[in-house]
Design a protein around this ligand. Sequence first.
Ligand code: HPA
Length: 272
Amino acid sequence: MYEEIKQAADFLASKMAVSPKIGMITGTGLGTLTDSMEVGFRLAYNEIPNFPQSTIEGHKGTMAVGKLAGEPVIALEGRFHIYEGYTPAEITFPVRVMAELGIKHLLISSASGGLNPNFETGDLMVVTDHINLTGTNPLIGPNLDSFGPRFPDMSAVYDPDSVRLARNEALKLGILLRQGVYVGITGPSLETPAETRFLRMIGADAVGMSTVSEAIVGVHCGLKIIAIVVITNMNLPDCMEPTSLEKVIATAHKSGSELTTLWKRIIEKGLT
Ligand code: HPA
């Protein structure tokens, strides 16, 4: 595994003039984030050694390297999910590659279903903590000692300073930013009403099919993590409405510009 990571990282490093300190992952319908990037170069995942391939609608499957808000960034346009058939270690391979390239901050965006009844479709939520309910873990297998310890501490996965910065800047921008706990499931089926009630009862505010594996590997690599998710649909057990991928993508698109504004401001203010 480490050799494969190193090979991909060396290939990318040979194309980069500077090494970005910020890595970003965009989610379903959120690929427009990189429209406001000054792109130095962009590669399809199949051009990068050992990268998995993105298989689903709403995800581009490219890596863009350049500047956002004046700062060098690496942006993954499209991610991998457990439900595509990849192992948790495979879906987080790109996070390892970015860590090997020297990023310090991992900025995660994704689409999610709202469980907190105070939320509304289209809201943004900064993740303060997560519950890994995927039934697996990306760190299963031999430990990659050069990245981190066998038993990484998970007491503060989402960097409290970054969360505070996001909340303060959202307030100044007049953007409503919710905060809460994200529960990660594998999907691809959505939740039944009974499952939705269970997820709310165990303390989650939003549910989605990504983010947690990436965050676990980010922690293992010693990255400072910040995740902001779009509530693309509301999941309320007593009045469940059918959800479709089309709806999720449409809402993510709509809230995408607010999320881009917020990410740019967070980057401009300087992540520490
Ligand atoms: N459930 C799980 N994942 C999701 C949802 C949802 O309702 N919406 C977007 N991703």
